[in-house]
Design a protein around this ligand. Structure first.
Ligand code: 13P
Length: 247
């Protein structure tokens, strides 16, 4: 299975900047065989135009979030149906910034995941991870296990669908403090065991949190790290391509 590298552009870029980055990525793609599956998730206003630029290239696009409700009177929200129209192939769900700044709970993320599976063929990327205090208290696995169970409660995944989990320890996001490859591997192995026990054998596990060109290869070398979710370093072609080609 190819490694999956997803760039999460968050709300870091304006509309024009998003288009420029998409164009730069296409123009500067190294002329070597691409061994990874590559995805970028622009802000919602830019998805359509970025998609026009990336159409026919090796780079896929996705969304950072969507509402779980069906289209209707929900001011300010983005529907899954509109993301389907834009050919989004992936969607991030439950990013820690959504949990922290927009009060997204495991129950909301569970509802979003259910909506994605029932109403679209978009691949869900469910984000989770512990904060620093939880890790320091030695309770990281317990926390992640509880998040997994809550987010997956009652979710029936058809046999032809895969579940992608992005393990993003909060203490590593945007801090420059990456989990060591061994720490990340241990957690990924734990998550994979939990997923198998919960009945989701068809899964891929991404690591996120201060991934940079100089640590990507050692993370990707770990047996249970199937890919990376990259924030800051996905915002320039100069740092994103070396991560994509790191393995
Ligand atoms: P950074 O790579 O900037 O730490 O962000 C990680 C992240 O949150 C990706 O979703």
């Amino acid at each position: 299975m190819k490694k999956l590298i997803i760039g999460n552009w968050k709300m870091a870029l304006g509309y024009q900047q998003s288009l420029e980055l998409a164009e730069n990525l296409v123009l500067s793609q190294p002329p070597r065989p691409l061994l990874a599956e590559v995805v970028v998730c622009p802000s919602p206003v830019a998805i359509s135009s970025v998609a026009n630029i990336l159409e026919g290239t090796a780079i896929f696009w996705g969304a950072q979030d969507a509402a779980e409700q069906t289209p209707g009177a929900l001011t300010g929200e983005t529907s899954l149906e509109s993301l389907v129209e834009l050919d989004c192939r992936f969607i991030l769900l439950g990013h820690s910034e959504r949990r922290q700044f927009f009060n997204e709970t495991d129950a909301i993320i569970n509802a979003k995941l259910r909506a994605v599976i029932e109403r679209t063929t978009i691949k869900p990327v469910v984000c989770l991870g512990e904060d620093l205090a939880t890790r320091q208290f030695g309770q990281a696995e317990e926390k992640v296990s509880r998040q997994l169970q809550a987010v997956l409660a009652g979710i029936i995944l058809p046999a032809d669908r895969e579940l992608i989990i992005a393990y993003e320890p909060i203490w590593a996001i945007g801090t420059g403090q990456t989990s060591t490859p061994e720490q990340a591997q241990a957690m990924h192995q734990f998550i994979r065991q939990e997923l198998e026990q919960l009945g989701y054998p068809n899964n891929r596990l991404l690591y996120g949190g201060s991934v940079k060109p100089d640590n990507a290869a050692s993370l990707l070398a770990m047996p249970d790290i199937d890919g990376l979710l990259v924030g800051g370093a996905s915002l320039t072609a100069d740092s994103f391509w070396p991560i994509v080609f790191a393995q």
